[in-house]
Design a protein. Structure first.
Length: 156
């Protein structure tokens, strides 16, 4: 009985992780194709202008790409394709939980940034995220980053 349950759980895990490839394909698309650019005239484009240079679309896209990267790392750490019809699963006691957490936290951050129907709430969330992120990155450095402005070459 336990063997059959274990096999069912492993099959469900494989199916779930393989389904995640669609998300990975979206987040690893060629950036020149512009999948991260908001549609012309959209609310998101207007909000990017309102909070420039701290574009809401960039923050959401970054969160999604980080989630996708964690998902890919999780899948490749769990699944090994031995042949076209055989996949083995390796479960680590701690590391994969950290990867799963990275997927959930970053995907949730993108949802949190974009989910409200209220434009001002989305803008407030973006700016609050920027302030918290900056405070965590550069406490007391006394450079332009502490003033809230981007540094040369910084992606915001």
């Amino acid at each position: 009985m336990e063997d059959r349950d274990e096999q069912q759980h492993l099959h469900a895990l494989v199916e779930l992780l393989e389904h995640g490839r669609q998300f990975e394909d979206l987040t690893t698309a060629d950036p020149s194709a512009g999948p991260w650019k908001p549609a012309a005239g959209s609310d998101l484009e207007d909000e990017d202008v309102a909070v420039a240079p701290y574009h809401l679309s960039h923050a959401a896209w970054l969160a999604l790409t980080v989630a996708g990267d964690h998902l890919r790392a999780l899948r490749t750490s769990v699944l090994t394709e031995e042949s076209t019809d055989r996949v083995t699963a390796t479960l680590h006691t701690h590391a994969q939980v950290s990867l799963a957490r990275g997927v959930i936290e970053n995907a949730a951050r993108a949802v949190w940034l974009l989910a409200s129907d209220d434009r001002l709430i989305r803008i407030q969330r973006r700016l609050a995220h920027r302030v918290l992120h900056q405070a965590a990155r550069s406490p007391g450095r006394g450079d332009a980053a502490d003033e809230g402005g981007p540094r040369r070459g910084e992606v915001v």
